[in-house]
Unconditional design. Structure first.
Length: 199
């Protein structure tokens, strides 16, 4: 039998919902996807996820740096409207027996909260707690963020599974002793989940 898991922490974008932000970058911001562009985006993401700049300032910086001819409000709406629920995963989360379930999202401003509301995801029913980076002023993959979340959940790292679509976030979790699954789709996730014993 695999590792005993008492808590599962799911990411939002790229896991519970798909599309939106990454689709926006691919469609409207080809220069964002170059090596230099990717670094610039990561730097801006870090600032907005930490709440150091507002969502509006984040979009203005993208427009200025990459020549995106859209207003902040338009960018926001395109991204939020493009988010779609992972129905299979949400159905699974609703039937989890044993482990307590939480969410931890690096969020562009208050976007995570808005997406959960507009996609009508029953947060209180599915998640014990929801952690949003811009409210916490801490982000994945920083160890301080993971330790904060674990402390709030009263969870031990080795008993807490992180499910995230970004490799660097799972790698960061593993550095402090948390196991993790890099999420691609619900079928792949359920296959990998069999390695663990849910308690």
């Amino acid at each position: 039998m695999g590792k005993k898991i008492k808590f599962i922490i799911f990411d939002l974008g790229g896991v519970v919902v798909h599309g939106g932000y990454l689709d926006f970058l691919r469609h409207y911001c080809a220069p964002c996807l170059t090596k230099a562009g990717h670094k610039k985006i990561l730097d801006l993401e870090r600032e907005v996820n930490l709440g150091l700049i507002t969502e509006r300032e984040f979009y203005r910086e993208i427009a200025k740096a990459f020549g995106v001819h859209l207003k902040p409000k338009q960018m926001h709406e395109i991204i939020v409207r493009g988010m779609r629920r992972d129905r299979a995963l949400l159905k699974f989360i609703g039937h989890i027996k044993g482990p307590k379930v939480a969410m931890f999202s690096n969020s562009i401003g208050h976007m995570a909260t808005e997406v959960l509301r507009r996609r009508r995801i029953p947060v209180k029913k599915l998640f014990k707690k929801v952690f949003v980076s811009s409210n916490m002023h801490m982000i994945k993959p920083d160890a301080t963020a993971y330790r904060f979340v674990l402390r709030k959940l009263r969870a031990k790292p080795r008993e807490t599974l992180l499910v995230d679509d970004r490799r660097e976030n799972v790698t960061g979790a593993k550095k402090i002793g948390m196991p993790g699954i890099i999420y691609k789709n619900s079928r792949q996730f359920l296959r990998e989940l069999k390695k663990y014993e849910l308690r």
